[in-house]
Design a protein around this ligand. Sequence first.
Ligand SMILES: [Zn+2]
Length: 422
Amino acid sequence: MTKLRFYGGIGVIGGTKIVLEQEGWRILLDMGLDIPEAGDLLRTPVVPRPGHELQDMLKLGIAPMISHVYKAEALTGMTDMKLSGGTDGHTALFLSHAHMDHIGLAGWVDEQIPIYAAEETVRLMDALEAAGEGLRGGAARVQNLPAAQPLQFGPFRVTRYDVDHDVEGASAYAIETAAGVVAYTGDFRLHGRHPEKIRSFAQAVHGARLLITEGTTLASDFRFTVRTEAQVDAAFAQAFAELPGLLLTTLYPRNLERIAALLALAHGANREFVWPPAMAKLFRNWGFEHIKSWGEDVQTADIAQNPGHYVLQLSLSHLPELLDLPAGPGTVFLHANGEPLGTFDPRYSLLQDWLNMRRIPFWQVGTGGHAYPDDIHRLVEWVAPEIVMPIHSPAPERLIPPPGTRRWMPQRGVSEYNVMQR
Ligand SMILES: [Zn+2]
C-alpha cells in the first residue's frame, strides 16, 4: 500500500511536510516551519529553551511526531513521549527550495538521513549558513540531486525537476510508487523568468496518479494585479534612469536571480547598490562581485555627496538613518518583496510612518513567487492527473479540477490517504 500523510501546509501557506510511505520505506517532501502569525506561542520575546527547542516544538505540534527522523541528541531526556531519534535507514528527505516554510526544520533531521535538493539550494543554504542565517538545530548536510536524473530509494524512484519561483534552486518532484506517479510542485510560478521549467515538469508527469500543487494565490481577491518579473526589471530600469535622487529599496535577498538582474541594471545606469552588512555577506558568499556594504565600503557621508549615484537597501532596524540620509526630491522607496513582507506585518505601518515623516513616496514594484490562480489551473490541465490535491493555501477549495480529474481536499491536522484507493 502507498500511503500519503500531511503534517502541515493544509489550509495555510507554508509549513509543508509531506510523507509518502510504502513497504516500510519513507519519502519526506519538505520539512518546513509554519509562517509566523499573531497567535504563535513561541513568538517574540519567547526564546527557545536550550536543549529543549525541538522537544518544545514537538509538544506544541510545530514539529511533526515522527520516529526515526530527528537527531537522537535533540530528544534526550524526553520521557513523556514515545519518539525514537536516529535513522531507520529507510527514510530520505527531499527539499523543494530554500524558504523557511519548506526547510525550516531540516536542521533537526538526523545526519544519517539523506537529504536531497537542487545544487543551487545546497549552495544557497551554505551561503546563508556562512552569513549567520543558517538553520536552527545545525547545518543540514544536503546533497545535490541533478534534474531529470531518477534516484532509486527503496521501492521509490524519485526525479527532481527545476521550476521557477522567487528563489534559485526551486524544484518539483515526481515519485514513482506502486500506485502510480505522485507529483509535487513545490512552490512555482509562470510569470517569472523561466515559465518553460514548470511546463517541462507538467509534460514529464502528464497523466500522473496524483498531483499535489501549491495554491498560495487562490485566496487572493479580484484587485490582485498581475505583474511579471520582466515588468519588475522595467520598473527599476525606469527609476534608475529618471529619478535624480537617492533611491531606497527593500528587495527580497533570497531572490538572487532578481538581485543579479538589478545589479546589472544599476551598473548600466551608473548607479551603485549599497547593502546592509549581513546582506552584503550573503551576496559575496553566493559569488556576486563588487558588492558594497553600508558603513564599511560606503558611508552615509559618501551618499550625501552624490545621492543620485546610490541605491540603498534600507533595513527596517535602521529607519532612524532616514534622519541623516539625503532624501531629497526624486527620492523614492521602491518595495520589491523585501521586509515588511506585506500589510499584515506590523512593521509595514512603521515604515509608512517614517516615509511620511520624510515625505518619501512608496512604490510597490515587486511581484510574487507564486503562480496566479489562472496559472495554477493551467498547470492542472497540462498535467491532467487522476487526482489533484491543493495545499499551501488558505483557500484550497478555489481550485476547480478540470473534467477527468478528481480533487482530494486534504484535511487540517495530520491526515492520511491511501493513494491506491479508487
Ligand atoms: Zn517558497
